[in-house]
Design a binder for this molecule. Structure first.
Ligand SMILES: Cc1ncc(COP(=O)(O)O)c(C=O)c1O
Length: 402
């Protein structure tokens, strides 16, 4: 008779099979138990035929990976601890000393910081291109270019590029193209089939997604995904993922699995309120420009209209305004401070509206021709009532800008 402490660890009870519920079960493990030593030697984790170690996958993470592939139209996925880790996973897999990566000048800032820091230290160079000018990208692709990043819409200023054209240029020069698809979220357009019905499909090679935003939806999880349609490319990404020790916690995966079924509804709700607020901001003389891809006149609006088909038609929950040069930075800060429902904080895609003032000069190689001079303020619109949010903007404008 074993000691109680042993029995409680090696308990014989096995629950009946066949349990089913709307949400999948949550499996937590560092150790995964093998039936025998031969299995330990032969089990293969790379293709989801088995389990070998918590970092390499559990039923919970495999399930989330498969659902995200369905969302984005890909075939293979790796999960990483943040959206930025997804960007890093791509860079570490595909780039080596002597290579060059091209990044749009309006990319998510930390993607540029990674290039300017670690990548440069490892002898990997980078150049920034103007995402609104495909000929600029074309002229910058060199014999050393191994990877091109694209983002639609761009971060903070939300210019919408001619994504199919940028991808076409990369394909013509046989350079891999990776999309940061956090804004589109797999809902606004199909990253691996940019022109529906076209064969062969025109699409990016890799789509990364900060699941931290819409898939989580709660502003309480950090996670990222890297999705491909190409098995060889996926294997490269997966091996880097394994060697770097990237993994995600089962509880976090559970939260994203719980939020995914409501994501399309939430995305639409964010989108509707955002358009309403962006249109209202257009009527305010304090703002010299309102940036939102669905607004006629916003940079790249026609590209947005061409890509984000009426079926999908999404435009996410972000918009920015430019306050002209008559407003000092301190006045712009006072405007942000005066907002009550919009809280000052990074990120987006959660229930609470957020605001961030940006100094574009320090973020861009040069001031983009399509943008008015001034200070950029970005709003991430949450799930509060749009009229309450409008009233909040109105009171802050009255208090600080008039
Ligand atoms: C466009 C974009 N990509 C990636 C990320 C990174 O996501 P995370 O915060 O999970 O690292 C962000 C975060 O703000 C983002 O805005």
């Amino acid at each position: 008779m074993a000691d109680l402490s042993t029995t409680l660890i090696h308990h014989p009870y096995v629950p009946p099979v066949g349990f089913e519920a709307p949400q999948p079960g949550v499996f937590k493990a560092s150790t995964v138990i093998f039936p025998n030593a031969a299995a330990m030697r032969h089990f293969e984790w790379k293709d989801k035929t088995a389990y070998t170690y918590g970092l390499h996958g559990t039923p919970t993470t495999y399930t989330l990976e498969e659902r995200l592939c369905t969302l984005e139209g890909g075939l293979q996925c790796v999960l990483v601890p943040s959206g930025l880790a997804a960007i890093a996973n791509v860079a570490l897999s595909l780039l080596k000393t002597g290579d060059e990566v091209l990044i749009p000048d309006n990319a998510y800032g930390p993607n540029k910081a990674l290039a300017e820091g670690e990548l440069l230290n490892w002898g990997i160079s980078h150049r920034y291109y103007d995402p609104m000018d495909p000929s600029d990208l074309d002229s910058k692709i060199s014999a050393n270019t191994r990877l091109v990043w694209v983002e639609a819409a761009g971060s903070v200023t939300l210019e919408f590029p001619d994504l199919p054209e940028l991808v076409r240029l990369c394909k013509a020069k046989k350079v891999l193209v990776a999309l940061d698809n956090t804004w589109g979220a797999g809902l606004a357009f199909a990253p691996f089939d940019l022109i529906p019905g076209q064969t062969p499909a025109l699409g990016v090679d890799i789509s990364i997604h900060a699941l931290t935003k819409y898939p989580s939806g709660g502003a309480d999880v950090l996670m990222g995904s890297v999705i491909t349609r190409d098995a060889a490319l996926h294997l490269k990404l997966k091996l880097t993922h394994m060697r770097m020790g990237f993994g995600v916690a089962a509880n976090d995966a559970e939260l994203v699995l719980r939020s995914l079924p409501s994501m399309a509804l939430r995305y639409r709700a964010h989108d509707e309120s955002t358009r309403e607020l962006a249109h209202w901001c257009l009527t305010r003389s304090e703002f010299s420009q309102v940036l939102h891809p669905a607004l006629p006149g916003s940079p790249g609006h026609l590209h947005w209209r061409a890509l984000c088909t009426p079926d999908l038609g999404g435009a996410a929950g972000l918009f920015s305004v430019i306050l002209d040069t008559r407003f000092a930075q301190s006045q712009v800060d006072a405007f942000c401070d005066a907002l009550q429902l919009f809280k000052i904080g990074y990120s987006w895609g959660g229930p609470m509206s957020l605001v961030v003032p940006y100094e574009l000069n320090s973020m861009r190689s040069h001031w983009p021709a399509q943008l008015a001079q001034g200070t950029v303020v970005r709003f991430s619109v949450g799930l509060e009532s749009a009229s309450d949010l409008k009233a909040d903007l109105d009171q802050a404008i009255r208090k600080t800008l008039i």
